[in-house]
Design a protein around this ligand. Structure first.
Ligand SMILES: Nc1ncnc2c1ncn2[C@@H]1O[C@H](COP(=O)(O)OP(=O)(O)OP(=O)(O)O)[C@@H](O)[C@H]1O
Ligand SMILES: CC(C)(CO)[C@@H](O)C(=O)NCCC(=O)O
Length: 307
C-alpha cells in the first residue's frame, strides 16, 4: 500500500480482498439484481468495489445511529430523525449520479426497513431565465450559478428532521429547471446528495453544504477521460432528442454530427473543464473517500480518510 498521512490508499487488488463480507453479506441473487439494475455496472464491480464500499459505510452508519440514540437519551430530546447524509462530488460527467444510484440501491437493499433518498444539487441551479438576466448563462455549473443559500437551507431542514422538504427539479432534456416540479424529501433515514458543488465553500454563506455531510466521496478521473465520457453522453442525449422538438438537444439532430461534436467539445473546454480545474478539483482532498477511475470507468484506486 502507498503511504499518506491522511488517506489509506488502496489499489483495486488490495481493495477487493478486504475482509468486508463478514459484516455486510449479500446473497448472490441480491448482488445479481444490483448489477442488473444498472447497465453500467458489472457483477464483478459490485462484488469487488461497491460491496466493500457499502460495508465500510455500514460501520460509520451504525456508529452514527448509536451516537444519535445515546445523545437523544442524554439530552432528553424528542425522537426526531436526523438522516445520515452522504455527499458525492466530482466533475461534470465523471459518473456521480451513476455511483449515487448504485449506493442508494445497495443501501436500500441492505437496510430493508430504511428510507434511502437521493437528490442532485442540479435542482439548486438558477433557472435559465435568471442565469440570462445575470448574464451568466455560459457559467452554468460555476459557483455563482447555484442558489447556495437555498441549498444550505434545504440541508439544514432535512438534517433537523423537517417533514416534506422540496427540491426543485432540473432536467438535462430541457436544459433548465422544470417549472413547478419538485422532489419531496420526507424524513429519510439516509440521504445521498450528488453534485459538482457539494464540497465547495460558498462565498456568501457562513456554513457549507458539506457541514451537513456525515460522509463524502469525490469521484476522480483524468480530465482527458472525463472529456470522452462527456462527449459520449452528449451523443446519447442527442440520439434521445431525435423527434422531440421540446428537447434542448434536438437542435443538434439537424446539423452535421461533426459540427455538433465540435460544439460539445468547445463547451467542455470553455465551461466544464474550466469549472473542474478552478472550482471542483480543489475540493478533492476534502472528501472522506476518493474514487479514482481510469479508461472505460474502470476503478483502479480508492483513497479512504484515516481520521
Ligand atoms: N461506472 C460506469 N461505467 C460505465 N459508464 C458510466 C459509469 N459511470 C458513468 N457512466 C457514464 O458516464 C456518463 C456520465 O455519467 P453520469 O451522468 O453518472 O455523470 P455525472 O457525474 O452525474 O454528470 P453530471 O454532473 O453532468 O450530471 C454517462 O453517460 C454514464 O452512463
Ligand atoms: C447541470 C450541470 C452544471 C451539472 O450537472 C452540467 O451538466 C451542465 O449543464 N453544464 C453546463 C455546460 C454544458 O452544457 O455541459
Amino acid at each position: 500500500m502507498q503511504k499518506s498521512n491522511t488517506f489509506y490508499i488502496f489499489d483495486r487488488e488490495d481493495w477487493k480482498s478486504l475482509n468486508t463480507a463478514e459484516n455486510f453479506s449479500m446473497t448472490d441473487e441480491e448482488l445479481e439484481a444490483l448489477s442488473a439494475l444498472n447497465d453500467n455496472v458489472s457483477l464483478k464491480d459490485v462484488r469487488e468495489i461497491y460491496v466493500p464500499l457499502a460495508s465500510i459505510l455500514d460501520v460509520f452508519i451504525k456508529s452514527y445511529n448509536k451516537e444519535q440514540e445515546q445523545l437523544r437519551k442524554l439530552l432528553n430530546t424528542p425522537q426526531k430523525r436526523a438522516p445520515y447524509i452522504i455527499g458525492i462530488a466530482g466533475s461534470v460527467a465523471v459518473g456521480k449520479s451513476t455511483l449515487a444510484r448504485l449506493l442508494q440501491t445497495i443501501l436500500a437493499q441492505y437496510y430493508k426497513d430504511q428510507q434511502v433518498d437521493l437528490i442532485t444539487t442540479d435542482g439548486f441551479l438558477y433557472p435559465n431565465e435568471i442565469l440570462e438576466e445575470k448574464g451568466i448563462m455560459n457559467r452554468k455549473g460555476f459557483p455563482e450559478s447555484y442558489d447556495m443559500h437555498r441549498l444550505i437551507t434545504f440541508m439544514g431542514d432535512v438534517k433537523s428532521g423537517k417533514v416534506k422538504v422540496q427540491v426543485p427539479k432540473y432536467s438535462h432534456n430541457i436544459y433548465d429547471i422544470v417549472p413547478g416540479q419538485f422532489q419531496m424529501i420526507d424524513q429519510p433515514d439516509i440521504l445521498i446528495v450528488e453534485g459538482i458543488n457539494t464540497l465547495q465553500l460558498p462565498a456568501n454563506e457562513k456554513i457549507y453544504a458539506s457541514d451537513f455531510f456525515d460522509f463524502s466521496f469525490y469521484v476522480d478521473a483524468e480530465p482527458e477521460n472525463v472529456e470522452k465520457w462527456y462527449l459520449q453522453r452528449f451523443g446519447i442525449l442527442v440520439d434521445t432528442a431525435f423527434k422531440d422538438p421540446t428537447n434542448y438537444y434536438n437542435r443538434f439532430t439537424d446539423i452535421d454530427r461533426v459540427e455538433a461534436f465540435d460544439f460539445a467539445q468547445s463547451v467542455w473546454k470553455e465551461v466544464n473543464l474550466r469549472n473542474l480545474v478552478d472550482y471542483i478539483l480543489p475540493t478533492r482532498f476534502r472528501a472522506d473517500a476518493i474514487i479514482h477511475k481510469t479508461t472505460d470507468h474502470y476503478i483502479d484506486q480508492i483513497l479512504l480518510r484515516k481520521h
